[in-house]
Design a protein around this ligand. Structure first.
Ligand SMILES: Nc1nc2c(ncn2[C@@H]2O[C@H](COP(=O)(O)OP(=O)(O)OP(=O)(O)O)[C@@H](O)[C@H]2O)c(=O)[nH]1
Ligand SMILES: [Mg+2]
Length: 206
């Protein structure tokens, strides 16, 4: 009897439930950071669910597409993220500001086992300024520390204090920071879900 009541209750509430509205968005995201920090590997993990342990350095730019569905009580948000993977090597930098223009999401990566890669993000901020993206209200910035799996075996890995100092030094709210490992998948799904949520938020709630 009790089971029948529960069953009928569930059936009624699913009948009464309002249908959700589907919303589709497509956004340009740029993924930046020094050579070898793991940008391409991170994107391969997220898009193709593979780990490549000997990637070739990116020449100029590369391109990935990721579709993510984020559902809440009212909406089914279907986000298509057009992910631009940039070469970290200095020699390609002169072309970047033109490619960066119009980005609505920026993923700034550093390698948690190499302090200079965090320091060098100051140069990437300059590139973002030249591309007229830095500090824009309608652009979402996410900071990513890569290669988390290597941190326990790296005595001079970057400390949390150093990361916090970097976040505070900029007049920008790095509200979202993720530590990722493309090897064991830590943080990768969370990062891209957050990115999709930020894109939805920027499109419909600002
Ligand atoms: N252990 C470990 N190795 C990683 C991780 N991410 C990347 N790597 C390795 O780091 C190396 C460089 O990775 P890439 O993805 O090519 O780096 P990138 O930032 O795209 O470099 P550029 O294209 O030159 O800008 C590769 O050998 C990867 O296998 C990780 O999370 N864990
Ligand atoms: Mg690359």
């Amino acid at each position: 009897m009790l089971l029948t009541i529960i069953y009928l209750n569930r059936m009624m509430s699913s009948i009464l439930e309002k249908p959700k509205t589907i919303r589709q968005i497509q956004k340009k995201i740029v993924v930046l950071g020094e050579g070898g920090v793991g940008k391409t590997t991170l994107l391969h993990r997220s898009v193709n669910n593979i780990f490549i342990d000997s990637t070739k350095m990116t020449i100029g730019t590369d391109f990935f597409i990721k579709k993510i569905e984020r559902t809440n009580e009212q909406f089914v948000n279907q986000a298509t993220l057009l992910l631009w993977d940039f070469a970290g090597q200095e020699r390609f930098r002169f072309v970047l500001k033109d490619y960066i223009r119009g980005a609505q999401g920026v993923v700034l990566c550093f390698d948690m086992t190499r302090w200079p890669t965090l320091q060098k993000l100051y140069n990437w901020v300059e590139v973002l300024k030249e591309g007229e993206v830095w500090g824009k209200k309608n652009v979402s910035f996410i900071l990513v520390g890569t290669k988390k799996d290597l941190v326990p075996n790296t005595p001079d890995a970057i400390s949390q204090d150093q990361i916090d100092k970097f976040r505070k030094e900029f007049n920008i709210d790095f509200k979202h920071f993720f530590k990722t490992s493309a090897l064991d998948c830590t943080g990768v799904e969370d990062l891209f879900n957050q990115l999709a949520d930020n894109m939805v938020e920027l499109t419909f709630n600002s």
